[in-house]
Design a protein around this ligand. Structure first.
Ligand code: UD1
Length: 340
């Protein structure tokens, strides 16, 4: 059985990817420091797949532990690196924490990986690297704008570090997946998003409001130059995103990659406004959502949605689930969490 390391494998996207990997017959080893995830997720994964992944609680900032982990697992065929901090606002307040968590750890993992006989690496990047792109939909060749936040900067720098390492080391193959807005949960309702504290992202805020945990949703800005004045994003079902990781890994393991460093947009190709998301949620859940319009949120781009041509044709991956399905799965997950 081929062994894959998934760092941050108990997080939202990581856990869904572990399920897809196991279902494709991979042996999965998870490293996670539990800083933004729960150990209970392990049981959720195991309940879905019938097989417990190997789990080690490890902080990737501890370089010597990373080194000894890789020494003990020389047979890894690929690394999918999710482990990172991702709160934009927090990164502005604590930039060094973000550079340490997202950059130091990436360097340590890569340093160990390049010692292995097989060197395949998938990186969690973000459409945030494009900033406010000049043209929609966004292709992979769109220019990389000055980052709006330290978090965004860590994704840009992360990509540069990987690209440079690939240039100097032909044995290393890497793919950076630039995620658009992942939402939803596994259809089993055994795993899903687990925001700590007040959710910063739209969909968990919506589901928590509908479940009665939050009084009302603030829609940040209704005077943008879009069809209804609210921002446009490309919301992608987390299971589709998880499957993109497996396909990307198989591209590297099978050696069908076109270059040893590649980037792909991972989105649906469809933009939805905040109001469209709210209306879709109300339709699929049958719940009336309490919301009000509020001022724009600092740092928000007006619109961002993917041109998925490269992912569809070169990677051979396409999102299969639409916004309604994603929101319904997010709502089912929220109801499961709250015993509604
Ligand atoms: C945000 C980050 C992005 C990061 C991603 C990680 C910013 C500017 N961008 O994406 O870099 O990769 O999270 O998850 O923070 N909205 C509301 N009310 C809310 C919450 C959100 O109206 O309570 C709106 C936002 O203004 C935005 C849309 O919903 O238009 C989506 O917001 P969010 O889910 O936070 O995602 P992004 O901002 O796209």
């Amino acid at each position: 059985m081929k062994k894959v390391l998934v760092t941050g494998g108990l997080g939202f996207i990581g856990s869904h990817t572990v399920v897809e990997l196991q279902e494709k017959g991979y042996e999965v080893v998870i490293l996670d420091d539990l800083s933004n995830s729960s150990i209970d997720v392990l049981a959720g994964i195991t309940a879905i797949t019938g097989k417990a992944p190997i789990f080690e609680k490890l902080d990737l900032k501890e370089k010597s532990k990373v080194e000894s982990f890789f020494e003990q697992h020389q047979d890894i065929v690929g690394v999918i690196h999710f482990a990172a901090s991702k709160a934009v606002g927090e990164s502005v307040e604590k930039p060094l924490l973000y550079y340490e968590n997202n950059i130091n750890t990436l360097v340590y993992v890569l340093k160990s990986l390049v010692q292995l006989p097989t060197q395949n690496f998938i990186f969690s990047s973000s459409c945030t690297v494009y900033g406010q792109a000049d043209e929609m939909p966004i292709t992979e060749s769109a220019s990389i704008k000055l980052a709006e936040s330290p978090y965004g900067n860590t994704k840009q720098i992360g990509e540069e570090i990987i690209k440079d390492t690939c240039k100097s080391n032909a044995s290393l193959s890497a793919i950076a997946l630039r995620y658009f807005n992942p939402i939803g949960a596994h259809s089993s309702t055994k795993i899903g998003e687990l925001p700590i504290g007040v959710p910063q992202n739209l969909v968990p805020f919506i589901t928590q409001t509908a479940a009665g945990l939050r009084q009302e949703l603030s829609v940040f800005g209704n005077d943008y130059p879009t069809t209804d004045g609210t921002c446009v994003r490309d919301y992608i079902h987390v299971v589709d995103l998880a499957k993109a990781h497996v396909i990307a890994l198989e591209r590297l393991v099978g050696g069908t990659n076109a270059a040893n460093y590649e980037t792909f947009n991972v989105g649906t190709g469809t933009g939805s406004t905040v109001l469209e998301v709210i209306h879709s949620f109300e339709k699929v859940s049958g719940e009336k959502l309490n919301y009000k319009f509020a001022p724009r949120r600092e740092g928000d781009v007006i619109q961002a949605y993917a041109d998925t041509t490269k992912a569809n044709t070169d990677l051979g991956w396409k999102a299969e689930r639409n916004l309604d399905e994603a929101l319904l799965s997010a709502w089912k997950w929220e109801k499961h969490l709250r015993n509604i």
